[in-house]
Design a protein around this ligand. Structure first.
Ligand code: PMV
Length: 314
């Protein structure tokens, strides 16, 4: 069995599509799993996804993104094809928590393990990026990168170069409360709407994206310093900009307001928006109070998670 984590964008979503930096965190205690078992000779790869309510033979729907991923890997890495791949995931789908990237990464890891292959983490991230493209069209690449590397990352697209990917130093553990609005929102819809608005009003949106980029840069500094109190207002400011960009919703605003009223240091929507999850930054002792306030305000589920401090690699 192989696994891969959920993820959360701490700051910088949407602007990251337009070349500004973003910071993403792996949620290591919320995971997807993939298990390969042998199947009768000649049967070909079968994907079983009981949590997603289905199973399918990959050769019968070769363009479905997970099927395409499996077909590519078995061919490229000479993996046996008479297999069943069973996937499970505790990660809410279409909610900004990277469930698609986590499932795809778990599948890649398991297939490579079955084939006795070891590849660089960047190669796993690239393989998963291809399947993300099948779902989202033009993803920035931040989801597959943070899920494959499983560490807090700074991610920035660059013209004519591979994206800049750097570890982010976390000086003090972060306690986060994630609230799921229960509204499923496929990433490509808000991403497509932002593109239309950017095309209609490029100067306005470039300025908003610049402002988001400044917040992300400031967040990196305070994260390294372990200055959790200073991070809160930056998350609030990022949320206000996401509202201006047009990707929040009444439900997400209600949840972020409720988190702040219950004592959160800061709160913002996380991911593509219009639905999905929000995140609140808190001190450890306030976490359960904030989770309860989020449920009262309509969250269908809440997760309390701690992001461990990192040792600076430099
Ligand atoms: O997959 P989500 O919902 O976490 O959104 C991804 C973040 C965006 O910046 C909105 C899109 C992207 O490709 O980076």
């Amino acid at each position: 069995m192989a696994t891969a984590p959920a993820k959360l964008i701490l700051c910088g979503e949407h602007a990251v599509v337009y070349g500004r930096p973003a910071i993403a965190l792996p949620l290591t205690d919320l995971r997807a799993t993939a298990t390969v078992t042998p199947a009768p000779a000649g049967s070909g790869p079968l994907i079983r996804a009981p949590d997603l309510g289905g199973q399918w033979r990959v050769t019968e729907c070769p363009n479905e993104p997970l099927s395409a991923l499996v077909l590519k890997i078995v061919e490229q890495f000479h993996i046996p094809t008479d297999i069943e791949i069973t996937i499970h995931s505790a990660i809410p789908i279409a909610s900004g928590m990277g469930s698609g990237a986590a499932i795809a990464t778990a599948i890649v890891r398991e297939l490579l393990a079955v084939g006795g292959q070891t590849v660089p983490t960047a190669t796993i991230a690239e393989l998963v990026y291809e399947s993300e493209r099948g779902y989202h069209g033009t993803p920035s690449g931040i989801d597959n990168t943070v899920v494959a590397f499983e560490q807090p990352i700074w991610f920035q697209r660059r013209p004519s170069l591979p994206p800049l990917i750097e570890p982010v130093t976390i000086g003090t553990p972060l306690t986060l409360v994630i609230g799921d609005s229960g509204v499923r929102s496929p990433t490509r819809l808000p991403v497509g709407a932002v593109r239309e608005r950017w095309q209609a009003e490029p100067e306005r949106y470039e300025a908003l994206f610049d402002h988001v980029g400044e917040i992300v840069t400031a967040a990196r500094t305070v994260l390294a310093q372990g200055d959790v109190a200073a991070l809160g207002p930056l998350l609030d400011a990022n949320h206000a900009l996401l509202c201006e960009i047009g990707v929040s919703s009444a439900e997400l605003n209600r949840l972020t307001d409720a988190a702040r009223a219950a004592g959160a240091l800061g709160a913002k929507l996380a991911g593509a928006g219009w639905g999905g999850v929000m995140v609140a930054l808190t001190t450890p002792d306030q976490a359960t109070t904030i989770a309860a306030a989020l449920r009262t305000a309509g969250a269908v589920q809440t997760f309390i998670t701690t992001i461990a401090a990192t040792v600076d690699a430099a």
